[in-house]
Write a protein that binds this ligand. Sequence first.
Ligand SMILES: [Zn+2]
Length: 195
Amino acid sequence: MNQGKEYKIDIPERFYSDAEGKPFEFCQVCGKYLLDEGTSYVVEKALKNYQSHDFYSTIFEYAICLDCHTTIQKGMSAESFQNLQKYYTAIVAEKGRQAIVINMNDFKLDNWLSKCFFTGDPIDEMEEYQVVAQFNGSKMVMNMPPMIIGESAIEEMSHLLSDKTIDEMNGFKQQFLGPDPELEEFIFGKKLILL
Ligand SMILES: [Zn+2]
């Protein structure tokens, strides 16, 4: 893909708010309206897979504007941030360029989002995974492709984070995502990774 140009597609239903049945409208943190063109934001969801029932449920979901996302990343210790960057860079280097280059002519979102970006493990074989993508107003931005983060990648990444960073993330979750029994497991199981 060329630098500078944004490749955008309509927001796939997979990235709608499950609670609302339509695209996210507001930043979970500051309440900013998201669907105006020029407003950049990220949507992240954690899903649980009931393999025997062929069914997924959403454990948590939110949209967060770029400003709030940046603020949260600043709460991450420099060491944790560098460790995550290194992890990502190493995976991408290992996979080669094909890993992150999308040919928009024959791009199939469901195919792309059927396996972990980092490990290649199929989501059908996972109990839990996260999905994250970037948006601009009412479009999904494909320059930084949407990504599945599978359970083993989450596990690996959580080991790269300092306790301070994990505390910061847990603070975020408790403040903005609210208490929920399944979410508690994510919070205290150190499972949420904000990229
Ligand atoms: Zn915000």
